[in-house]
Write a protein that binds this ligand. Structure first.
Ligand code: NAD
Length: 453
């Protein structure tokens, strides 16, 4: 396969203006929706082979998201793409001003493996909805899902419009040498820097959806049972391999023990067994080995067992943890939950503020002042009060990081904007042209201009 030929073909196709047609965009979104539904079993099978993810989890956290995105753009495309009329200032009267949402052109989407369908197909769908061509490079780490997406898409769409490029670091390094009009990347902060550098060489605009250590603060006024239920679900979903999963907990030291009890109760109740419907495997041996090194037996409050053959790590809660522990040095991205304590709420905020800005942050409290301070005093990509993870399921909220957790946003209208250029056009009337701005300049003209401006 020659990437250059495909990129050149996509550029030519984009220049033919066909992708700008709204009917063309809608037809292709409908076609993709039908293909996903038709091949649903293939998609479930592939992800199960990659890391034992169940149908239930795959539908609720991947397929339903992708179908919902298609549905959203089918319903909202006309209004999103419609030129927006804005007020025209005095200096430009008589005139009209409009903003045109213009597709950027030939786009590249690079996906991550942990939600391989959602994180590849959702940005790709957005790129197409906004009127672009797209090359999708899913993660080779979830190899079977990559092949399934390539099969469904490459056998049914012309490569000059949409193409799934398969391969690993060598292939993506080669692709990144070419000029794109937009690069949308989901993955680690380290690789995000490589992609950003490659994009800079061609001045390609980027959206970088990266990771980080997302904290959860639990204060003494929180409803512990509910907090534990929601945190345990969000943390151990996909075996902790979720970019917005709670990475660590900061709990008020006065209530630590009661909260740990509540966590234990929920974990036992949810019964996370190996190879079960509601618990996934660790993606590969490399990550399995990285994660088990974090399990310090002396600091294990609950769990801590693992099975290398099944790539299973039991939901594990660590306590008496401090910032020197190995588990606090990088994003965990697995089913290990360290619990740290704070003496007062401001200290908890300060701890977070001093670290890199996280992709998500969560607060469990009933106290209004704490809620206000949480939203106003610390920076994070997005988050929830009295829940975890769920903010990303509301397409009316922008999703993205800040600082080292990312650049830009997507979902809903925010995604449409990320794949569009906002082109400003002023149209002037062809009659009634005052002489004021034209030479020769005079004192009288200046005094009029001062009055008008
Ligand atoms: P990764 O950075 O290793 O890989 C992501 C993509 O980059 C893959 O498609 C991979 O093929 C490609 N890649 C790898 N090396 C590359 C290189 N040298 N040059 C160019 N591309 C390269 O990330 P991952 O392991 O797939 O995902 C885990 C990370 O992604 C975690 O940090 C997680 O928090 C983050 N993540 C973020 C989001 C988000 O929406 N913000 C979502 C999921 C995952």
């Amino acid at each position: 396969m020659n990437f250059e030929d495909i990129i050149v073909a996509q550029r030519t196709f984009f220049n033919s203006q066909k992708t700008k047609n709204l009917k063309f965009r809608k037809r292709n979104l409908e076609k993709l929706r039908d293909l996903i539904i038709k091949h649903e079993e293939l998609l479930y099978e592939a992800i199960y082979q990659d890391f034992g993810k169940s149908k239930f989890d795959t539908f609720t956290t991947e397929i339903s998201f992708v179908l919902k995105d298609i549905d959203y753009y089918l319903k909202n495309l006309s209004s999103l793409a419609k030129p927006k009329k804005v007020r025209t200032n005095l200096a430009n009267q008589l005139g009209t001003s409009k903003i045109y949402s213009e597709p950027l052109g030939c786009t590249l989407v690079i996906g991550a493996w942990n939600y391989p369908y959602q994180l590849s197909l959702s940005p790709m769908i957005t790129a197409l909805a906004a009127g672009n061509t797209c090359i999708l490079k899913p993660s080779e780490v979830a190899e079977n899902t990559m092949k399934a997406m390539a099969k469904i898409i490459n056998e049914n769409f012309p490569e000059e419009y949409l193409f799934v490029a398969q391969g690993g670091v060598d292939e993506i390094t080669e692709i990144l040498k070419f000029k794109f009009d937009k690069i949308f990347f989901t993955g680690s902060t380290k690789v995000g820097q490589i992609v950003y550098e490659a994009a800079a060489k061609n001045l390609a605009p980027v959206t970088l959806e990266l990771g980080g250590k997302s904290p959860v603060i639990v204060t003494s006024s929180a409803d512990f049972d509910l907090a534990a239920k929601r945190i345990v679900w969000g943390k151990f979903l996909n075996a902790g391999q979720t970019c917005v999963a709670p990475d660590y907990i900061l709990v008020d030291e006065k209530v630590r023990d009661s909260f740990l009890d509540a966590l234990k109760f929920q974990i036992q109740k949810f019964s996370y067994q190996p190879n079960s419907e509601h618990y996934t495997q660790i993606i590969n041996q490399r990550n399995f080995e990285r994660l088990v090194k974090y399990i310090d037996k002396d600091k294990t409050y609950l769990g801590g067992n693992y099975d290398a053959v099944k790539r299973y790590i039991e939901p594990t809660v660590l306590h008496n943890i401090d910032w020197n522990d190995a588990v606090m040095q990088e994003e965990i991205f697995g089913p290990i939950l360290p619990v740290l304590t704070f003496k007062n709420f401001n200290e908890a905020l300060l701890i977070i503020a001093e670290k890199e800005k996280p992709l998500a942050a969560y607060l469990f409290t009933k106290n209004t002042e704490e809620k206000e301070n949480f939203t106003s005093k610390i920076s994070f990509g997005g988050g929830c009060i009295n829940d975890v993870v769920m903010h990303l399921s509301n397409e009316n909220l922008p999703f993205g990081g800040v600082g080292s957790s990312g650049i830009g946003h997507y979902h809903g209208k925010f995604g449409f904007k990320a794949f569009s250029h906002q082109k400003a056009v002023l149209e002037r009337a062809t009659w009634g042209e005052p002489d004021l701005k034209y030479p020769p300049y005079t004192e009288k003209k200046l005094s009029w201009i001062k009055k008008l401006l």
